[in-house]
Design a protein around this ligand. Structure first.
Ligand code: ZN
Length: 307
């Protein structure tokens, strides 16, 4: 099945009150783990590639690995650029076969964010490519994206932004953040703000970044086998479930994949120090990605059986 534009996927998710998982991919094992989870649950999938992943694997490798995955599946799959920093990277991905791009002008002054987003929309739309934009800013670190503090999305500005840019979906800041250290005090999201945005933009798909839950089992496993992950905390899964009923159609998950892979490999190395075949430890890591993503699809995102 060829890659799809996310329009129909998100329209149905919006209507039925669930979210599609957008999982960050960097290598073959992660792609395979996610695809296996999607197949087991019959779930639509967004595979997303950050600038860091493009740098690590190379765009051609990532695209070809995903093309290989498509040969073996009949699930709808979107290939999405995560956090496109400028027009050039968006253009390169659009020309390279991506069906969706994010242009992240959230760090720019408002009018510049509008101008940049509009430029990408004007290039992408005639080519049938979806454009996600961001308004507001998330705290934390994710590959090349670093921000010291959260700027919550202003609902009235969101309406103006969507109208003037013509973007197809919008990443909003309501208290999630990038990385493994999301909350110091109580974990909470600003649902009042989210509801206001949804009411002002009826039918318009919203996106949550920084939405890993940082499962304690992986933190504990990594630390039990020599890791120093510290007091990492993510977004409680019940809050993500709730967000999906407020017009959030795409929920981004990256950190949890990293933790699943690393914790599993640490455990393997500790238990079988004599092994040195990468297949021996990448296989359980791939299985851990599959199980974690399957759990998200089924119990958090609610998109099982929606493919
Ligand atoms: Zn993000």
């Amino acid at each position: 099945m060829p890659l799809v534009n996310p329009r129909e996927m998100f329209e149905r998710a919006y209507r039925e009150g669930y979210a599609v998982g957008a999982f960050n991919v960097n290598n073959m094992e992660i792609i395979q783990g996610i695809m296996q989870a999607g197949a087991a649950e019959r779930a639509p999938l967004v595979l997303q590639v950050s600038a860091g992943a493009r740098k690590y694997a190379g765009q051609a490798y990532i695209v070809k690995l995903i093309e290989a995955a498509l040969i073996e599946t009949d699930l709808p799959v979107v290939l999405h650029l995560d956090h496109g920093a400028d027009f050039a990277i968006c253009k390169s991905c659009i020309d390279g076969g991506f069906t969706s791009v994010m242009i992240d002008g959230s760090h720019l002054p408002y009018e510049e964010n509008i101008a940049l987003t509009k430029q990408v929309v004007e290039y992408a739309t005639p080519k049938g490519v979806w454009v996600e934009a961001e308004l507001g800013r998330l705290e934390g670190v994710e590959d090349d994206v670093v921000s010291e503090k959260t700027v919550y999305t202003d609902p009235d500005q969101a309406v103006d932004f969507v109208k003037r840019t013509g973007c197809n979906s919008l990443a909003v800041a309501i208290g999630t953040s990038h990385g493994a250290y999301k909350f110091k005090g109580d974990a909470k999201l600003d649902f009042e703000r989210l509801e206001t945005i949804t009411n002002k933009l009826p039918g318009f798909p919203l996106v949550l970044h920084g939405s890993s839950s940082v499962p304690q089992e992986f933190v504990d496993m990594a630390n039990a086998y020599g890791g120093k992950v510290g007091a990492a905390r993510g977004v409680p899964e019940e809050l993500l479930r709730k967000a999906a009923s407020y017009g959030v159609c795409k929920i981004n998950i990256d950190t949890d994949i990293r933790l699943a892979v690393t914790a599993t490999i640490r455990k393997y190395f500790a238990e079988k120090p004599e092994d040195f075949d990468p297949r021996a430890y990448l296989k359980p890591a791939r299985d851990a990605v599959k199980n974690m993503v399957q759990h998200k699809i089924k119990n958090v995102l609610g998109c099982s059986g929606k493919a």
